[in-house]
Design a binder for this molecule. Structure first.
Ligand code: GUN
Length: 278
């Protein structure tokens, strides 16, 4: 079997077109949606994400603001920025890019964000809302992007066994909340596996939908995949490769070539989930 390739680029363009229409309607009604992103330090991956978010906002017709603080910024300085954005009427939503430098408590920062502006959905209030099935809750971008990918690719989730590899607060846990809900793109039986799971390959083999977000290059091999399964690779890893000029290449958490020979559908890295999460 050769897997169908799920194309994040095309799906993301479709979402952005829909979004631009909604934004234009709001602007006509006198409100320009504003999104701010706060970045502390100069983690190269975070800088790329943040630049992409700002660009996508402007392209959708939104007001965009990026606040950059040096890695030496104190927690109090970051909290002051959060307070200012909480109070700014031109900013309807904002996020603080993670990870933060070690000397700053992300928990305290996330708790300070007004839940009504918490577009990441990381504030415990929004985590709870999502968990109880409140359809107006902010949904974290990465798992929501994965769910949209399934829905917009016409893949049936109802009754499927979804196995998620990885239990992070950013991907694994909210992914489980979304897939288990009684909504389109939900109604799955959900299992979460993690680094301490006993016989993880055997659990992964039960999956009709396998979502992998464990941060280990090419961790999932074909023996862990049921023939015909939908494989969603959330990983983005840099591995050294002396055969290419830049000395590295980007791979996912799934060994793409061998797994594509077994799976029914699979996402690319890059060009898959990453495109959907912005
Ligand atoms: N770092 C990696 N992904 C995310 C995300 O979705 N939101 C924030 N704030 N930081 C991230």
């Amino acid at each position: 079997m050769t897997a169908r390739v799920l194309d994040g680029k095309t799906l993301a363009e479709e979402i952005r077109r829909d979004l631009a229409i909604e934004v234009a309607e709001l602007v006509q009604g006198g409100v320009q949606p504003g999104l701010a992103v706060v970045i502390v330090g100069d983690d190269p991956a975070s800088r790329v994400y943040v630049a992409s978010k700002g660009k996508a906002c402007v392209e959708a017709g939104m007001h965009s603001e990026t606040i950059r603080l040096p890695a030496s910024a104190t927690e109090a300085e970051l909290l002051a920025v959060v307070d200012r954005l909480n109070a700014d009427p031109t900013i309807h939503g904002f996020l603080v890019q993670l990870p933060l430098p070690k000397h700053i408590s992300s928990e305290r920062v996330l708790l300070r964000i007004n839940p009504a502006k918490d577009v990441d959905g990381f504030h415990p209030m929004n985590v709870g809302r999502l968990s109880v099935g409140d359809r107006t809750a902010f949904r974290p971008a990465t798992p929501f992007g994965v769910q949209q990918m399934l829905i917009r690719s016409g893949l049936e989730t109802k009754g499927a066994h979804a196995v998620i590899i990885g239990r992070s607060n950013i991907v694994g846990k909210p992914m489980a909340s979304l897939l288990v809900q009684d909504t389109p793109g939900g109604n799955c039986t959900v299992t979460i596996c993690h680094s301490r799971s006993r016989d993880l390959p055997a659990i992964a083999r039960l999956a009709d939908i396998l979502v992998v977000a464990i941060g280990k290059p090419e961790f999932v091999t074909p023996d862990m995949v049921k023939p015909g399964a939908i494989v969603i690779d959330v990983g983005i890893n840099r591995v050294t490769d002396s055969s290419v000029a830049k000395g590295y290449r980007i791979v996912g958490d799934v060994a793409y070539g061998p797994v594509a020979a077994v799976a029914g559908a699979i996402t690319l890295v890059p060009g898959g989930v990453g495109r959907m999460t912005i």
